[in-house]
Ligand binder design. Structure first.
Ligand code: ATP
Length: 229
């Protein structure tokens, strides 16, 4: 894992954010597929800050989430960014994109999200401002009701109805394009499992060992620290 965060010129930069409570095998699979299919010059993995009043028994503290991410992503060429963890007050993606943009001046930026999160995008703070700075990579997420393929027609309608009527499908680049805003790239990720962090937590709570769902070091860490019991 790269920790160099100095400012330099980069062509394509991808951000993969999440709560990662804990990071699981589908997260690392998505990261590997983005590296393979999108060939970014940089991929930032950005754990979200969660306000203390929202931390229940289920949400472990930041240092545990980061420690597990470090273990799970150690072998991958990604940058683990603390941009949201350092920020005071509520954390919004628009601020994260703004901050990271300064580290990679002139780069084409993308945010990655599962298709479930994509259909909530209109509720995000400053959704169009985000799209003026970064595009979206929308990945398949089985188990959330959209089937194995991304529903391109539904995505198109959602974009024009809820985000901006200027989006159209471009067959050549196979993405949604807009004259002023950044593009939306549907990315079918092969063999991604329907797994979620909730499944992992439930499994541990019930006294099981989710060996197939987690990196072995992450599972050992959870057991050593007695997390999610
Ligand atoms: P929880 O169950 O706690 O809500 P989660 O498994 O959805 O957690 P997050 O940390 O919220 O994990 O996810 C980070 C990002 O990874 C999100 O964009 C989410 O859509 C994506 N993601 C998580 N699991 C999968 C999966 N199985 N397939 C594809 N994308 C996924």
């Amino acid at each position: 894992m790269d920790t160099n965060q100095s400012t330099s010129r980069h062509r394509r930069v991808v951000i993969f954010g999440g709560t990662f409570n804990p990071v699981h095998r589908a997260h690392t699979h998505v990261v590997k597929e983005i590296l393979r299919l999108m060939g970014p010059d940089r991929l930032y993995v950005v754990p979200a800050a969660v306000p203390p009043h929202k931390r229940g028994r289920d949400l472990v503290s930041t240092h545990h989430r980061v420690a597990m991410l470090e273990m799970a992503m150690a072998h991958l060429p990604v940058i683990l960014s603390d941009v949201e963890l350092k920020r005071e007050g509520p954390s919004f993606t628009v601020d994260t994109v703004r901050t990271l943009r300064h580290e990679v001046e002139g780069a084409e930026m993308y945010l990655t999200m599962g298709v479930d999160a994509f259909f909530e995008f209109h509720t995000w703070r400053d959704d169009k401002l985000i799209l003026s700075m970064a595009g979206l990579i929308v990945v398949t997420r089985p188990g959330v009701g959209y089937g194995a393929d991304l529903p391109r027609d539904v995505m198109g309608r959602y974009l024009t109805d809820r985000i901006d009527p200027g989006y159209t499908w471009d067959e050549e680049s196979r993405c949604f394009v807009h004259p002023l805003l950044c593009r939306i790239v549907p990315l079918t990720v092969a063999l991604v499992s329907p797994l979620s962090s909730t499944d992992v937590r439930t499994c541990i709570e019930q006294g099981d060992r989710p060996t197939a769902l987690l990196h072995p070091k992450v599972l050992r860490y959870i057991e050593d620290k007695g997390l999610y019991r």
